[in-house]
Design a protein around this ligand. Structure first.
Ligand SMILES: [Fe+2]
Length: 745
C-alpha cells in the first residue's frame, strides 16, 4: 500500500517527436500504469474535478515499477583535489560566515572533509548555533570541541578551527568588533584527527556523494547542510592561538600566508555558474551543488556598490540553504519519444498506482517547419515556476483573515509544505528566513497540475486557471497552438510571428527582457495580443542559458512581495541584470498592454461596466451581442470576472494616449487592496475597494500603427468566467468577438 505517486519530467515544453524523460516516485515499491492523455478540461463549479482526459496512443504507455526516490536537496559546494596535499596532522579550517538564524538546524557543516562511506573525517561546523569541531557527519557525529556562546544572527564572523597535537582551538571573530566580542574555546587533544583531503573538501555540508553535472547544473547529496552565507573558505597548514590584539581581518591575512586550499566564490554572470575557482591555481576544481544563491554581499560590503558586476570583490559570498534544489536527480522511470504527429496542445503523462494518481503536464509546441494555427496560447511557465510548490498559506501573513471564506487546503498543499520535500517557491523563504530566488522544473511540482484547486482563490490558478481558457477554446471550436514562456525567451520574436494573435494565460507575471522585447516587437510589427489575465509582466526574470529549466528572480525592496532582498542583492546572478519590478526597470506593463497591476484581494469578484468610450465606433464591435449590463457577475474564480489580482490603465505609466478604456470593474470589498508600489505615504483613508477608486480592473483596447492591436482585461479571474452558463455569457461572447477579429489577421 502506497499513499502517493509524484513525478516530473526533464522539461516543461516539448516538440512532437522529442524525447521525454519521466521521473516517478512513491512511498514504497509499487507498479504504475502510465499513459499519455490530452488535457483540455478545466475544474468545474466549486472546483469540481475536470472530466476524464482522453488517452493518446504512445509507445511510452505501459506498466512500470516505481518506488522511493532520493531527492537532491540542500545546497553545498565541493572541491575536488586530483593530487591532494599529503594528510595534514596540524591544520586549520575556516571561512567567513553570516547566518540569519545560526541555530536553525542542529548540525551545519561550514568546511569539512568527511568520507561518506566510513564517516571518517572532520568538520568545522555549527552545532545548535555554536561553532564546533566535529568528527564525522550526521546526528551521531562526535563533537570534539565547541564554544559556549552561540553566533549572533546576521553578523559576519571569521570562523576558524585549529587542530594540533597539543589541543584544538576554535575562534569566531566578528568582522566588525562593534557586533560582538571574539568567541574562543580551546580543548586538549584526546586523539589525533589528521586531515585527509583525498576525498576533497565539502563546504556548507559534509559527506558529499552522488555528485553529477547535468544540463548546466550540478546536483548531489550531503549531510549537515548549512543555512547562511559562506565566503572564502580555506584549509591552512598552520594553527592559530587566540590573540587579544588580532582583529578578524588581521587574523584572516595571517591565515592566507599558509593557505593549502582556498576558495573564491566571487560571482561573474554567465555560463557554468555551478563552478568556482580554487586556489592555488591548478590544485583543484569546485562545484556548486543543488543551486545555492550566488552574487551575495560579503564581509567587506558596506554599500559601496549595489551591483555585483561593478565590484565583484565585495560579492564573494554564497548563501547556502538546506531547501535549495535545481534537479531532484531521481532515477528515470521511462524515456520515450513523443508521437511525431502529435498536434500542439497540453498533454499529460498520467501515472496511476493502485492507490494514487498523478498527471504531469507537457506543453507540446508545434514541430519546427509545420504550418501554424492562427492563434497561439502562451503558457506562462515562468510564472508556474515562480509559484512552484508555494505554501504562502503557512507563511507570516494570516490569509484566513484577509480573504473571504476558509482556506481549503488539499492533500497536495499539505504534502508540499510538510518538510518542503521538493524545495520551495519564489513566494516562500528558506528555513533561515532568506528569500527563495531560484526555482526549477526538475522536481515534483505539486501545484502544477491541471486539476489543482487553489487554496487562495478557491478555483483554478496557475495551470488549472489557464485550463478554463483551453476548455473554452475547444468548446468554441477555435484551433490553436501552444507555446510557452521558454520558447519566447529563447527564440524571441520568431516564436510569435507565425501567429495572428497571441493569447496570454491568466497570470503571466514573470518575464525576461528577451520576452518583453519580443512582445513589443510583435505588437508593433502588426501582431495582436490578448492579455487575458492580471498581474502580468510584473517581475523581471532571468534564465541561465545553460540551464533553461531554472528561473531566477530578485524581489528588491518594492512591489507585492513575499520577501525582500538583502540590500545590495537585487542583481540577478544568472545574467548580471538588475532584478525587481519591470515598473522599476523602466518597463511598466501599461506600456506594453495598456494596464498594470494595481490591486489584489480575495473577496467576491466584480463585473465590468461599460464606459462611454466603449460606444466609439472603433471599439463598439467588442460588445456585439453582449447584453449584460454587469458583464461577468459570475465565474469559477471568486464568483466574478474581475477577481484575485487586477490591473488598471494609467496614461502616466504608459497606457497609449489613444487607448480605449472600454469597461472597468470596481466596487470590490476592502479585501481588495491597492498594491504597495502605488502608495507613497501611508495615511489614513487608503481603505481598499470600497474607498479607493483606483482599485479596479480596466478593459483596454488599442491599435498600433502597423496594424497591431492589444486587448487587455486586467484580471486573473477573467478566464474563470468564460465557461459559466455553458459558455453562453457576456465574458465569453466578448472574448469570442475579439479573438475572431484578431485571428482573422
Ligand atoms: Fe501574482
Amino acid at each position: 500500500m502506497t499513499s502517493f505517486v509524484r513525478s516530473y519530467t526533464d522539461k516543461l515544453s516539448y516538440q512532437p517527436g522529442e524525447t521525454v524523460e519521466l521521473f516517478s516516485g512513491a512511498d514504497g515499491p509499487t507498479d504504475a500504469s502510465v499513459r499519455l492523455v490530452l488535457l483540455d478540461k478545466a475544474l468545474g463549479e466549486d472546483a469540481a474535478l475536470p472530466a476524464e482526459p482522453t488517452e493518446i496512443a504512445w509507445a511510452g504507455g505501459g506498466r512500470y515499477p516505481i518506488g522511493e526516490q532520493e531527492t537532491c536537496i540542500g545546497s553545498f559546494a565541493h572541491v575536488t583535489l586530483p593530487a591532494p596535499p599529503s594528510a595534514l596532522s596540524e591544520y586549520s579550517l575556516g571561512a567567513w560566515v553570516w547566518c540569519p538564524s545560526p541555530a536553525v538546524a542542529s548540525r551545519q557543516a561550514i568546511v569539512s572533509s568527511v568520507d561518506p562511506a566510513s564517516s571518517a573525517g572532520i568538520s568545522l561546523a555549527l552545532v545548535d548555533g555554536h561553532l564546533a569541531l566535529v568528527a564525522g557527519a550526521g546526528p551521531d557525529a562526535e563533537v570534539l570541541a565547541s564554544v559556549d556562546e552561540p553566533l549572533r544572527p546576521a553578523t559576519w564572523y571569521l570562523a576558524l578551527g585549529s587542530v594540533e597535537a597539543k589541543g584544538r582551538t576554535l575562534q569566531a571573530l566578528p568582522a566588525d568588533p562593534l557586533y560582538g566580542t571574539p568567541i574562543v574555546a580551546t580543548s586538549p587533544a584526546t586523539a589525533a584527527t589528521p586531515l585527509n583531503l583525498t576525498l576533497g573538501l565539502t563546504i556548507g555540508g559534509a559527506a558529499a556523494r552522488e555528485m553529477v553535472v547535468n544540463g548546466g547544473v550540478a546536483r548531489g547529496i550531503a549531510q549537515d547542510r548549512f543555512n547562511g552565507k559562506i565566503e572564502a573558505p580555506f584549509v591552512t597548514a598552520a594553527t592559530f592561538s587566540p590573540s587579544e590584539a588580532a582583529t578578524a581581518q588581521v587574523l584572516y591575512d595571517a591565515v592566507m600566508q599558509s593557505v593549502v586550499v582556498g576558495v573564491d566564490f566571487t560571482a561573474t554572470p554567465g555560463e557554468r555558474s555551478f563552478e568556482f575557482d580554487v586556489v592555488p591555481s591548478g590544485i583543484g576544481s569546485g562545484l556548486l551543488l543543488n543551486g545555492p544563491t550566488r552574487a551575495m554581499v560579503g564581509h567587506t560590503w558596506r554599500g559601496q556598490v549595489m551591483a555585483f558586476v561593478e565590484a565583484p570583490e565585495h560579492y564573494g559570498a554564497i548563501h547556502f540553504h538546506d531547501t535549495d534544489i535545481v534537479d531532484a536527480g531521481w532515477n528515470v522511470t521511462l524515456t520515450e519519444v513523443l508521437p511525431t504527429e502529435l498536434p500542439s496542445g497540453i498533454y499529460g503523462i498520467e501515472i496511476r498506482t493502485a492507490d494514487a494518481v498523478d498527471t504531469v503536464p507537457l506543453f507540446v509546441t508545434p514541430a519546427e517547419g509545420t504550418v501554424r494555427k492562427k492563434i497561439a496560447v502562451l503558457i506562462p511557465t515562468f510564472s508556474y515556476l515562480a509559484y512552484a510548490n508555494e505554501f504562502l498559506f503557512a507563511g507570516p501573513i494570516d490569509f484566513e483573515a484577509t480573504k473571504l471564506g476558509d482556506l481549503k487546503l488539499t492533500s497536495a498543499d499539505h504534502a508540499r509544505y510538510d518538510g518542503g520535500p521538493y524545495g520551495r517557491s519564489c513566494y516562500d523563504t528558506h528555513a533561515d528566513g532568506s528569500g527563495v530566488s531560484i526555482s526549477t522544473s526538475r522536481r515534483p511540482i505539486l501545484n502544477l497540475r491541471h486539476d489543482d484547486a487553489n487554496w487562495l482563490n478557491g478555483g483554478g490558478r496557475g495551470l488549472s486557471g489557464d485550463m478554463y481558457l483551453i476548455e473554452w477554446l475547444v468548446q468554441f471550436g477555435f484551433e490553436f497552438d501552444i507555446i510557452s514562456d521558454l520558447e519566447v525567451h529563447q527564440q524571441g520574436l520568431e516564436a510569435l510571428t507565425p501567429y495572428n494573435v497571441i493569447l496570454t494565460g491568466a497570470h503571466p507575471e514573470y518575464d525576461s527582457i528577451e520576452m518583453m522585447d519580443a512582445f513589443l516587437a510583435y505588437r508593433d510589427g502588426g501582431g495582436k495580443l490578448m492579455y487575458l489575465g492580471g498581474n502580468g509582466f510584473y517581475w523581471k526574470t532571468a534564465v541561465a542559458s545553460e540551464s533553461p529549466f531554472v528561473i531566477e528572480v530578485r524581489r528588491g525592496y518594492a512591489g507585492i512581495r513575499a520577501w525582500e532582498s538583502h540590500p545590495g542583492e537585487t542583481y540577478l546572478a544568472s545574467t548580471g541584470e538588475r532584478g525587481g519590478l519591470w515598473r522599476h526597470n523602466g518597463r511598466p506593463p501599461q506600456e506594453l498592454v495598456g494596464v498594470g497591476f494595481c490591486a489584489q484581494g480575495w473577496g467576491v469578484g466584480q463585473p465590468y461596466l461599460r464606459t462611454p468610450a466603449s460606444k466609439d465606433p472603433a471599439a463598439e464591435w467588442i460588445f456585439d451581442g453582449v447584453d449584460e449590463t454587469a458583464i461577468g457577475d459570475y465565474g469559477r474564480v471568486l464568483g466574478g470576472a474581475a477577481a484575485d489580482e487586477v490591473d488598471r490603465a494609467d496614461f502616466r505609466l504608459g497606457t497609449p494616449s489613444d487607448a480605449f478604456i472600454v469597461a472597468s470593474a470596481g466596487g470590490h470589498s476592502n479585501h481588495m487592496q491597492r498594491v504597495i508600489e502605488e502608495i507613497q505615504m501611508n495615511v489614513d483613508g487608503h481603505g481598499g475597494g470600497q474607498q479607493d477608486p483606483e482599485v479596479k480592473a480596466d478593459m483596454v483596447y488599442f491599435t498600433t500603427p502597423l496594424g497591431g492591436a492589444v486587448f487587455s482585461v486586467g484580471s486573473i479571474g477573467w478566464s474563470g468566467s468564460l465557461l459559466s452558463k455553458d459558455g453562453e455569457n457576456g465574458i465569453s461572447r466578448l472574448t469570442c468577438n475579439v479573438l475572431t477579429r484578431f485571428a482573422a489577421g
